[in-house]
Every structure is written in structure tokens, then in C-alpha cells.
Design a protein around this ligand. Structure first.
Ligand SMILES: Nc1ncnc2c1ncn2[C@@H]1O[C@H](COP(=O)(O)OP(=O)(O)O)[C@@H](O)[C@H]1O
Ligand SMILES: [Mg+2]
Length: 428
């Protein structure tokens, strides 16, 4: 079996890393990164993730048996439709299915029609109407640009001025087309968890629940980021709660997608708020693997990943046996560039990855590249250092010991990843 992975982040490195540990004959990453280039049986091909023709040609030439699409952008542009129309098995939803992430108003309507618990919201195409509604609702309130905004389109506003500024920013073109519509949403409290599901559009299999740390600062403070660390599983999410999430959220949504004639084969990622009184409510759906959640889920997977992905792509997940997991837990500490998520520098030489890996962890590369044979920083989130073990105290300590081995100018990381579970107690 030959697998082609589209994308170049830590998530794609983790996918390729997992596949490289099994019987997969060859892995091709488009465009991949310095980490994927170093994996056995893995090769990078320097094509853009939205170069459909180039990717299609690469798939035919190399007789690829499965394409796995990592990021949301090519999915929302219809890469799965394009490749599938050429008879290629693809893990990743169609353009219609990707709307569940690419349009928050579309997703909200889908959830409401399916009776799925989510924050109440109104959609606006006009700034004045949105502001009038906000004044009537009061704060705190959440303002969301409708489309893909690279994690920057959501404002949790605690003052009216903030909320109105967020409306103006969205309609003023800050997020491009993503801001042509704006949602004003009820503010929810509770803990956030990520439940990722594999689906072939009919059956579902839930992956282990994960929790990420979205904020830049310790104690979950400061600006939102792509994710500064994660861990799995989440003790707070009991098997009974997972069942409830499956019955009340996942299955109705998969059914609603089917009813709209959408052929959804890939990951359905539910970002949930565990509200103290109302149970789990959906904050958003993503149409792909989460980053950095994938980096902590995959090390715990026992079932060969390629079998699951191909079963989804070929729509025979119902015949696949239940997913098997290793015992234990995993934690990932992200190291970022100084200044992230604001302006940051690139091009700093990175050293110590081999020493870190020598401690038995996986160092997933995200914002890196090679310059004159030297690995250098090339993004805001640079590396994801993942360790796994019997308990959180051990896994987190190992991840931090490995982070200490890695050096580059301006290395920033949070020192409190997994603080809710660190003591090993299940008191999330
Ligand atoms: N209704 C809400 N109540 C409280 N916090 C929210 C709400 N919606 C979003 N948030 C916060 O904002 C973050 C980003 O929102 P989300 O809808 O996931 O957008 P995106 O990931 O596309 O930026 C969430 O992870 C959560 O912390
Ligand atoms: Mg989100």
C-alpha cells in the first residue's frame, strides 16, 4: 500500500510517523516538512496543497492507493471531489462536507436542524443589525467570522466595545471573504474537549478524547493560538460521556450530512464545551484531524492506521473491527517562536532533536525547514514534543525533559501543559 499525505504541519508529520511504523510500502508527503523527509520509506514532493492537477498526476505516476488530506484549505477547495472523480480513494470529506468547518453559519444550521446541542446563535450580513442584536443580548458574547480565518476569526467579547469592534473588523475585510457573514453566539462556560471521529459517512468510530491548550500563556491566559500542547485521553470524559456525545452529537450530525446528500469520509472533529448544567455542547466542527490533538492520539493507537483510513475512504468502516488502543496516556508540548501568535522571527538554527528523540519521545515538526543543510525555524509553532507512558505525571515529565534538549533562539513553550491531569489524579 502506498499512501500520499497532503500537508506540512505537525499533524501530517504525526500521520506519516504512524504510517511509517506499519507495513505501508511507501509514504509520499505533499509538500511534507523536514520531519517527514527523515522518516523511513517516506519522501517529500514539493507541490502546493491546492495544486490539484499536480497532486493528481503525482498520485497516478506513483500508483498511490490512498490519499489522506491533512489541512482544511484543500478540503474546502474540493480536493477530495477532484481526486475521487479520478477513481482515487481519498480520506477527507468533499467540498460540500468541508462546509461544516468552512462556514460556521452552515454548520450552525446543520446542528440546529439535527437537534444537536450547541450555543444559540444568529447570523448577520449587516454590521448594524449585528450590533443591535449584541446590545440587546449584552456581554459576554462571542463574535465569529463565518469562514476560514486561520484561527483568528473568533472574539470572546467581555465588553460591548470589544464585540462591536469584532463586528467591524469582520465586515471591514480583516478576514477577507471569511467575514462576509458574522455569527453572534451565546457565551458558554466549562471545559473544552476535542472528540475526533473517523467516519465513512455512514458508520462512525470515536477516537480517544483529547484536550488542547489554546492560549499562549500559562494558566490558559493570553491570546488564542493554534494550540500550545495537548494530552489524551481526558479523564473527565468518561465512557458514559463518550456514549452521550456519540448519541446526541455525532450520530445526528452524520445523519444530517447524509440527508443533505453529502458523502462524508474522513475525520469529523467536534470541539465541545462541557457545560456545567447543559452537558456537552458543540463549539465548532472541523473537517480534519486536529493539531496538536493528533500528535497525542496517534501514539496510543494500536490498530494499524492505514486500515482505518482506507476503510473510511472505501466506505466499509462498519466491517472494520473496533479500534484498539494501547494502555496509557500521551502528552505533547509545543515549542513556538518568540512573539507567536503575534509577529515572530524565522530562520533560527534548531539543534538537539536527536538528543530529545534519544529519550524515547517523538518530536513532530511543524514550522521548520532546511536551509543549507541546517534545520531552521520557519513558523510560529515550531515543534511538538510528544511523550507517552503509564500516567500523565510520567509522560509530561518526559516531554519536558526532551524539550530541554532542543535549542533555538527564542524558544518559547508553556510550562504547565496538562496541569489539570499532571498529578495523575482524575480531577480534571
Ligand atoms: N460560544 C462560545 N462560548 C465560549 N467560548 C467560545 C464560544 N465559541 C468559541 N469560543 C472560544 O473561542 C475559541 C475559538 O472558537 P472556534 O469556534 O473553535 O473557532 P476557530 O477554531 O475557527 O477559531 C474556542 O476554542 C473557545 O475557546
Ligand atoms: Mg476551534
Amino acid at each position: 500500500m502506498k499512501v500520499l499525505i497532503i500537508g506540512s504541519g505537525g499533524r501530517e508529520h504525526a500521520l506519516a510517523w504512524k504510517l511509517s511504523q506499519s507495513d505501508v510500502e511507501q509514504i509520499v508527503c505533499v509538500p511534507g516538512n523536514g520531519g517527514t523527509a527523515a522518516l523511513k520509506r517516506c519522501e517529500n514532493v514539493p507541490l502546493a496543497v491546492d495544486d490539484f492537477q499536480g497532486i493528481g498526476q503525482c498520485v497516478q505516476e506513483r500508483q498511490i492507493s490512498l490519499v489522506v488530506v491533512g489541512p482544511e484549505l484543500p478540503l474546502s477547495l474540493g480536493i477530495s471531489d477532484y481526486l475521487r472523480s479520478q477513481g482515487i480513494p481519498v480520506f477527507g470529506p468533499t467540498q460540500a462536507g468541508a462546509q461544516i468547518e468552512a462556514s460556521k453559519s452552515w454548520a450552525k444550521e446543520l446542528m440546529q436542524s439535527a437537534g444537536v446541542p450547541t450555543a444559540a446563535a444568529q447570523t448577520f450580513t449587516d454590521a448594524n443589525a449585528a450590533k443591535a442584536y449584541i446590545r440587546a443580548q449584552g456581554v459576554p458574547v462571542v463574535v465569529k467570522a463565518d469562514g476560514l480565518a486561520a484561527g483568528k476569526g473568533v472574539t470572546v467579547a467581555t465588553t460591548l466595545a470589544q464585540a462591536e469592534a469584532a463586528v467591524d473588523a469582520a465586515f471591514g475585510g480583516t478576514f477577507g471573504l471569511a467575514g462576509e457573514k458574522v455569527l453572534v453566539e451565546e457565551y458558554l462556560t466549562g471545559q473544552e474537549v476535542s472528540v475526533l471521529v473517523l467516519t465513512d459517512g455512514v458508520s462512525v468510530q470515536l477516537l480517544l478524547p483529547a484536550q488542547d491548550h489554546k492560549r499562549i500563556g500559562e494558566g490558559d491566559t493570553g491570546a488564542n493560538t493554534g494550540g500550545m500542547g495537548a494530552y489524551a485521553p481526558v479523564p473527565l470524559v468518561t465512557p458514559a460521556l463518550m456514549d452521550q456525545i456519540q448519541r446526541e452529537i455525532i450520530e445526528p450530525v452524520v445523519m444530517a450530512l447524509q440527508q443533505r446528500g453529502i458523502d462524508y469520509r474522513g475525520v469529523l472533529y467536534a470541539g465541545l464545551m462541557l457545560t456545567p448544567k447543559g452537558g456537552p455542547k458543540v463549539i465548532e466542527f472541523n473537517c480534519r484531524f486536529g493539531d496538536p490533538e493528533t500528535q497525542v492520539i496517534l501514539p496510543l493507537l494500536e490498530t494499524p492506521l492505514e486500515d482505518l483510513l482506507l476503510a473510511c475512504a472505501e466506505q466499509r468502516l462498519a466491517q472494520a473491527p473496533p479500534i484498539r488502543w494501547k494502555t496509557g496516556v500521551a502528552a505533547c508540548v509545543v515549542t513556538a517562536a518568540q512573539g507567536y501568535p503575534g509577529a515572530y522571527t524565522k530562520g533560527q538554527a534548531i539543534s538537539g532533536i536527536e538528543q530529545a528523540e534519544g529519550l524515547g519521545v517523538a518530536v513532530f515538526q511543524a514550522g521548520t525547514k532546511f536551509r543549507d543543510q541546517q534545520l531552521v525555524t520557519d513558523g510560529g509553532r515550531v515543534l511538538g514534543v510528544t511523550a507517552w507512558g503509564e500516567n500523565f505525571a510520567q509522560a509530561i515529565a518526559e516531554a519536558y525533559a526532551a524539550v530541554e534538549q532542543i535549542h533555538y533562539e527564542g524558544k518559547y513553550y508553556r510550562r504547565d501543559i496538562g496541569y489539570r491531569v499532571r498529578a495523575g489524579s482524575a480531577t480534571c
